[in-house]
Each structure stands twice: as C-alpha cells, then as structure tokens.
Design a protein around this ligand. Structure first.
Ligand code: C5P
Length: 255
C-alpha cells in the first residue's frame, strides 16, 4: 500500500449566523463552555488524519479568534486563520488558496456542525481517498414537497433523497478546478459537492453514524446540549465497564 495522502481541513466560520440571534457570530457562540469553532477544530483533529486545520474567519473577528487559538494551543495541526468572504463559497475559496502545495485532499467543514463524530470524519476521508470525492450525509426522514406559489407541485420519491452534511472531502485538484469553473460561470451553490458534481466527477455519499446537526437556530443549541449530555453518559458507562480507562475493543464495538 502507498502512503496516505496529505489532508487539510477548512473550517468555515465566517458567517454571521443571524438566524441564531446571538450577540456574537455563530462560530463564537458557546456550547457548554466551548465555542462551536473550537468544538469543530477538536472534532477534526481527533480523527488523527488531518495535518493542517485552517479556520476561515471573518476579517473583523481576528481579535475574538485569538482566545480560541490560545485554548487550542495543544492542537498541533491548527494553522493561522484565513479571512473569509461575503458568501460561504468565497470563504471556502480563500481557505483553499492558502494551502501549501503538498496538500492532496481537502475536507471542507462548516464550523456550525461542531458535533461531528471523529470516526465519521475518518470514514468520509477513507471514501474520498478511494473515490476522489465523498461527503457525509443522511437519508431524509421527512417527505419532501416541491412548492411554488404556496402550492405543492411535486412529491418526489423520498427514498432517493439524502441531506448533505459536512465534512465534504475532495481531491485538491478537483476542488480547485471546480471553484475556478464556478467563478467563471458565476455558479453559486449551497455546498461544495455541487461544484465538483458540475465538473462530472462522481461524489460518494457516506452515511453519518452519529448525529451531525448544523447549529442554525436557538433550538438547535438546546438539541446539541442534549446530544453532548448523552455522549457524557455513554463515555461514563464505557469508562465504568473497563474500570475507568478506555473501553476494550470488544465492548466498544458493541455500542
Ligand atoms: O449560514 P450557514 O449556516 O449556511 O453557513 C454554513 C457555514 O459557512 C457556517 O459555518 C458559516 O460560518 C460559514 N460561512 C462562511 N462564510 C460566509 C458565510 C458562511 O464561512 N460568508
């Protein structure tokens, strides 16, 4: 087997997050004592697979970020911040342009998905290593309706639809080409995979095993706190089973 590719992650944190209604930009909002941005950085680092983690932050938020950088001094992969742009796609492009030449795979992650499970990060990286492009997601649970002028015009077959999450991981050369093509054509997309798909590349969908919600509205923070509490309970139960240390492989596999 050859060596593993060099991987960088862009953590997009330059949005205002107005729907959250907080006094600070969304990525700086605290969830049980840790900002969404710090949680995202730590979740990516915990995958053990990313050599460079680049926070993309609004240019005015540099001073606020300094406190996070200090708290994350133990995260070896953490790179200096890059200034984001007016839209998410502009922020991604700025982060991409900052990467050193040796990086071969790029994981794009929304800081707002700060509960992503490090093993799901590893699974989507594995798929992208094989395929060149892969994203995390989950099958939709609700029936979808296409609506125009307040009326339903179509009910698509739900079994074919998935909700896209992040990280979304791509060969660097594909993402660079997709970003350049989007800039030329003026294409705007709400996720990065759409840009890579537009070039005709196959993108693998990897089902997230753990909840990976995007924090958007105030009630999402309540849900996120519940998920964190459940994680703590599970971690304690795992610790008790193995006498306080790491759970042995056999018991971890049973979860
Ligand atoms: O607004 P929304 O939740 O869709 O944004 C998704 C992610 O993209 C967030 O983590 C946000 O901080 C980031 N973003 C960005 N630059 C922008 C807009 C959004 O980095 N101009």
């Amino acid at each position: 087997m050859g060596r593993r590719p060099f991987v960088a992650a862009l953590v997009l944190a330059a949005g205002r997050g107005e729907r959250l209604g907080a006094a600070v930009p969304k990525a700086f909002v605290s969830l049980d004592g840790q900002s969404l941005l710090e949680r995202s950085i730590r979740a990516l680092a915990a995958s053990g697979r990313i050599e460079r983690i680049v926070p993309v932050v609004s240019s005015g938020d540099g001073p606020a970020y300094a406190a996070i950088a200090e708290r994350c001094a133990d995260v070896e992969a953490l790179a200096p911040i890059v200034a984001g742009g007016a839209e998410r796609q502009d922020s991604m492009r700025a982060g991409l342009a900052s990467l050193p030449d040796r990086i071969e795979l790029v994981a794009v992650h929304d800081a707002a998905r700060c509960l992503v499970d490090p093993s799901d990060v590893g699974r989507v990286l594995d798929a992208a290593e094989r395929m060149g492009a892969a994203i995390l997601g989950e099958p939709v649970r609700d029936t979808l309706k296409r609506v125009a002028g307040g009326r339903i015009v179509e009910t698509p077959d739900r079994s074919e639809y998935w909700a896209a999450q992040t990280p979304q991981v791509f060969r660097r050369d594909w993402l660079v080409a997709a970003t350049a093509a989007a800039a030329d054509s003026g294409r705007r997309a709400t996720d990065d995979a759409a840009l890579v798909e537009a070039l005709g590349h196959a993108v693998e969908m990897v089902e997230a095993r753990a909840p990976n919600p995007k924090i958007t509205r105030p009630e999402d923070l309540v849900f996120a706190r519940m998920l964190l509490a459940r994680r703590d309970v599970r971690a304690e139960a795992g610790g008790a089973r193995s006498g306080g240390g790491r759970a042995p492989m056999s018991s971890r596999n049973r979860e």
